[in-house]
Design a protein. Structure first.
Length: 201
């Protein structure tokens, strides 16, 4: 069996933290895994900013409720699910992702969980496991699945390299330059061409 594993933010939906940063007027929150390879450092930075500005989970969820998938993402996901199995491997959080998953017709999602106080203050987070995207791909391969993986950020590189095949999607110049051996595509049509080649090989 062949399975497609995709990142979520930047691939199928806009970057949630960037959307919230713009809505809240806090440009420092625009920093994402496209900029910072150390996820723990990035999240601690975000949580400190939220605390400084007295912002809570409902504030972020309000912005998420107004977001839509990237243009063409719904059709892209539907096409993939008609052809093969699709799993979304993301470092986002279940409390963020649910409304956007509904707009994508609920593909399978593996992600992380926020720790919150009763008043909605975000106090921490729980990872599924360290380097979870890579381990998910490795686990699927151990079941004799063939995996294609794609993403746009530093935290996607391990899963792409663990997979049987894969590519970057709309990656920033810093990642393209440092990963020149990886194919990078910038449209769903081009990504489908890579996936079709994997499915028919």
């Amino acid at each position: 069996m062949r399975i497609i594993c995709l990142d979520l933010e930047g691939v199928l939906i806009p970057e949630i933290w960037i959307a919230f940063a713009d809505a809240a007027g806090i440009p420092e929150l625009r920093r994402t895994t496209r900029d910072e390879p150390d996820y723990d450092k990035l999240m601690n930075f975000r949580l400190e900013l939220l605390a400084q500005h007295h912002l809570k989970l409902p504030d972020i969820q309000h912005v998420i409720g107004s977001m839509e998938p990237l243009e063409g993402a719904r059709e892209f996901v539907r096409y993939l699910r008609e052809r093969t199995e699709l799993i979304i491997l993301s470092d986002t959080f279940s409390q963020f992702a649910k409304p956007l998953m509904a707009k994508l017709n609920y593909p399978t999602l593996f992600c992380n969980t926020l720790i919150t106080a009763i008043d909605g203050t975000i106090t921490g987070y729980t990872l599924r496991q360290q380097n979870g995207k890579k381990h998910a791909v490795a686990a699927l391969k151990s079941l004799n699945m063939n995996i294609f993986a794609a993403g746009d950020s530093f935290n996607d590189l391990a899963m792409i390299r663990e997979a049987d095949s894969g590519c970057l999607f709309r990656a920033p110049p810093s990642i393209r330059e440092s990963q020149k051996d990886l194919v990078c595509v910038d449209s769903y049509d081009a990504l489908l061409k890579q996936i079709d080649g994997f499915l028919t090989a």
